[in-house]
Design a protein around this ligand. Sequence first.
Ligand code: GLA
Length: 367
Amino acid sequence: MLLIALIAFGCTGNKEKKQADKKMNLKKEIFGETDGKEVFQYTLTNENGIIAKILNYGGIVTQLWIPDKNGNPEDVVLGYDSLQGYLDDTPYFGALVGRYANRIAGGKFTIDGREYTLALNNGANSLHGGIKGFDKVVWDAEDFIFPDSAGIILTYLSEDGEEGFPGNLKVKVIYTLTNNNELKIEYEATTDKPTTVNLTHHSYFNLKGQGNGDILGHQMQILANKFVPVDETLIPTGELKAVENSAMDFTTPHAIGERIAQVAGGYDHNWVLNTEVEKKLRMAAKVTEPQSGRVMKVYTNQPGIQFYSGNFLDGSLTGKKGKVYNKHYGFCLETQHYPDSPNQSGFPPVILRPGETYQTTTIYKFE
Ligand code: GLA
């Protein structure tokens, strides 16, 4: 009788312990202060040991720890150890990008016959929302935790005229880490005047671990039969070109470095994602790092994905743990509408009107 009771107790005890291990974890710490506001770092941990650290400043993912095939975790995103690093100089490391991800030619666009002029911050063009985009503001944050997921809800009111964009834009971004090894990003926005919106996430990944060499050996697959050719200032020509028989063809996996020399400046292009049903969440890209065995899949309901091979990294930035970030030390997969869509009538529209809700989802899933 006693033995049965002990066995039964033992089993329940184990089960309870297992459930306790399964619990998600969330921690909030002060990371610094800017614009007279406190900046917090939220640490999300899942049952498989994935750790994501995220700031309410710029919605920046500062660290992302992913176990390799032997269970050894590495931080797979580029960034800085302190807030000051992000304030001083950052090529959008880990950040949320808006109102308009990527370039708008001449910083100008027209809605309903009215022309708007944006802040220029990339030669003659506007890039990633302008001088002080969504990557450089302090968002309001609320955290949440459930048995199988935890995350933060970031909100920001971008006022009418900010960086030249029309309309008060209410933006909400939810970051969720799940026990399914997904880092999910849900974007939502509403406006009180017709405006243009294109939000994305700008982590620089290196699946070998940040600062551990270049990403040229990573195997990249992008589920796109076409891409968006650009001119020398990286503004689309308007054409959607077949990737077939070119260095842009990632319909089957290829090492990033295999054909990069054939692409002037390296990869910094938008791919036109294949889709049967518009706005459906589907796999857009898959990246495999052969040595560590780490795999990242990207899912989105966006029409495009910008694959950037870290071409502008040049060794001038020293990031986390004193690591120097040289050329091609990280890659970005930014799910989005195509660059300069406000000025390209042949591209899917990016206008948001009062009464409508902009809603998109992107998932970075790790194996
Ligand atoms: C995007 C752009 C690139 C570059 C990086 C940040 O990927 O397309 O040209 O601006 O952001 O440096």
